[in-house]
Design a protein around this ligand. Structure first.
Ligand code: GTP
Ligand code: MG
Length: 570
């Protein structure tokens, strides 16, 4: 019996399960219902980066008076906004090497000043601690430790923002009491999407790392990419960072007149890859030795895309720092646009991601598993295939592009329209319930042995090689983003998709009354698989053997209900 906790076992800060209505609310401007972003991705990134540069992170005493805290900090300059959050140490099985670092637990404040200059004043009023036993490496950053002069003076607790979703039990209850499957999908999205505070913390973490990288490359930018910014991020997802050295490379290239051209004296290496490895290696060392709160630094320099992985303990984020990875940033921008075009897109992607996680189709450990990125591409492709289409193809986004959108990266054409208002909304009015069911049916019967998935053209194409799952990389079109997926993992996906399609079909006739807390709809799909799934898989013929599935599932349903009831304590 697999525990339901899998569904929500997000890595990252284990925040206290505070009641939602006690927390500062705030969904990110990421497309939920009426909050469809109209800003360009680059505008949003620049604005948030500028905010993050005026922001500091402070480890606070557990009990603190918010008013006194703000009054104290206001001495250094006016404060624009702030929030508190609680961070816990990760469990020993996930991060054994962090066991001794308990000092990162506790209450943190994220404080955004109105002016960048205030940070200098604050740093000037701060000293480097000294202890009898250890020696501090003097390092001035925007990450501080606040201590009370008088230990007994503070009694009150501040209200803190949650960095993880609700508990399983609360979430399942919420979903069971929803009015419709559409309502369930939207609820799941609302509960899991990154909050405003969590997004701010992500940009702040990048900004803190940027300060360190700037010691070597003063004009560098550390940009978040991937699910932290593409509108598909779940609370607890990793933080992908891209060290952008373009400004360093191109600074003042054409600004000076005269007969001469001045170049920097530099060291040369045989390839871009070696340059990337050298830069990341040094930054990895720097983070490891001097980076406050950066622990578990691993340099993974021989990967296809070299990276430095580390845990930023105070924020609880697992971070992947890469450089020379501009195409991934462009992919994030493309997904941001797709996520913003129609409110159904994100709801469907979140549900499919949660469904895949609940059934261990995805994992935080790299391997032969399908990735969230691939799943998102599959949902986008499926939505391009609807009639009328819900999402445009990448080629049609390219047609809408203007001169400003032109973009070629390493010889790959990455041109597509960036201005959201130039894309016509879809005429398709299908419900989320129908789309979810059709998604599972579509991929439960997809000819993966012959065809590839291609969001550029929005239609199936012959597979160029024998990889079990072939999803064309939208920008590097000769590459397969799901090359890692094994035949058995693909088969598991197909089996689960068929089973889920069938479960949703049953829901039409078998829906409990609204007041019932019996698992239904999306909840039934998220419950752990039955232990005898293997025998089911073996019996299955290539064609969808619906009768066999029906009978087996009928018998599984009892087990599922029992599992759910036991785990949720009802
Ligand atoms: P989660 O971290 O699982 O929430 O999703 P994510 O979209 O952030 O995925 P991940 O952290 O694995 O990767 C970060 C980004 O790198 C993705 O959003 C993509 O833009 C890019 N990426 C990931 N895997 C691939 C791949 O196989 N090929 C290409 N071209 N890009 C990838
Ligand atoms: Mg990621």
């Amino acid at each position: 019996q697999r525990p339901i906790v899998r569904l929500l076992s997000c890595p990252g800060t284990v925040a206290k399960d505070l009641r939602r209505d006690e927390q500062p609310s705030g969904s990110v401007e990421t497309g939920f219902e009426d909050k469809i972003p109209k800003r360009r991705f680059s505008e949003m990134q620049n604005e948030r980066r500028e905010q993050a540069q005026r922001t500091v992170l402070i480890h606070c005493p557990e009990k603190i008076s918010e008013n006194k805290f703000l009054k104290y900090l206001s001495q250094f300059g006016p404060i624009n906004n702030h929030f508190f959050y609680e961070s816990f140490r990760r469990g020993p099985t996930m991060w054994p090497m962090l066991e001794c670092s308990g000092c990162w637990q506790g209450l943190y404040a994220v404080v955004e000043f109105c002016q960048k200059e205030s940070i200098g004043s604050l740093q000037n009023g701060t000293h480097t601690p000294s202890t009898a036993m250890e020696t501090a490496i003097p390092f001035r950053s925007r990450f501080f430790n606040l201590k009370l002069k008088n230990q007994t003076s503070e009694r009150s607790r501040v209200r803190s923002s949650n960095q993880l979703p609700r508990s399983n039990k609360q979430l399942f209850e919420l979903l069971c009491y929803a009015e419709s499957i559409d309502d369930q999908l939207n609820t799941l999205l609302k509960e899991f999407q990154l909050t405003e505070e969590n997004t701010k913390l992500r940009y702040l973490t990048c900004s803190l790392i940027e300060d360190m990288a700037a010691a070597y490359f003063p004009d560098c930018i550390v940009r978040p990419f991937g699910s932290s910014v593409n509108t598909f991020g779940k609370l607890g997802c990793d933080l992908d960072m891209f060290l952008d050295l373009d400004e360093t490379r191109n600074l003042s290239a054409h600004k000076i007149s005269g007969n001469f051209l001045m170049e920097f004296q530099v060291k040369n290496v045989p390839s871009e890859r070696i340059a990337t490895q050298k830069i990341l290696s040094v930054l990895g060392e720097c983070l490891d030795h001097f980076g406050p709160g950066c622990v578990g630094v691993q340099k993974i320099l021989n990967a296809r895309c070299p990276l430095v992985r580390f845990s930023h303990q105070a924020s609880g984020f697992q971070c992947d720092l890469t450089t020379n990875n501009r195409i991934a940033l462009t992919s994030s921008e493309l997904l941001y646009i797709y996520g913003a075009l129609d409110s159904r897109v994100r709801a469907l992607v979140f549900s499919v991601r949660c469904w895949a996680r609940a059934h261990s189709l995805t994992s935080s450990i790299p391997g032969a598993w399908i990735t969230n990125f691939s799943l998102t591409m599959m949902v986008i492709f499926f939505l391009q295939r609807r009639s009328p289409p819900i999402l445009p193809t990448l080629d049609s986004l390219k047609t809408l592009a203007d001169a400003e959108d032109k973009c070629v990266i390493e010889g790959n054409n990455c041109t597509f329209v960036r201005d959201l208002s130039r894309i016509k909304p879809s005429q398709n009015t299908e419900t989320l319930e129908l789309l979810l069911k059709e998604f599972f049916e579509y991929f439960g019967n997809f000819a993966f042995d012959k065809n590839s998935i291609n969001i550029r053209q929005g239609r199936e194409q012959n597979k160029p090689d024998s990889s079990p799952l072939y999803i064309q990389n939208p920008f590097e079109t000769s590459l397969n983003i799901s090359k890692n997926v094994s035949q058995s993992q693909l088969q598991k996906f197909v089996d689960l998709a068929r089973e889920s399609a069938w479960i949703l079909q049953q829901e039409d006739t078998d829906r409990p009354s609204i007041s019932s807390n019996r698992p239904w709809g999306l909840v039934s799909l998220l419950l752990p698989s039955a232990p005898n799934r293997k025998s089911f898989t073996k019996k299955k013929s290539n064609k969808f053997a619906i009768e066999t599935v029906k009978n087996l599932l009928e018998s599984l349903k009892g087990n599922r209900t029992e599992n759910f009831t036991k785990t949720s304590g009802k």
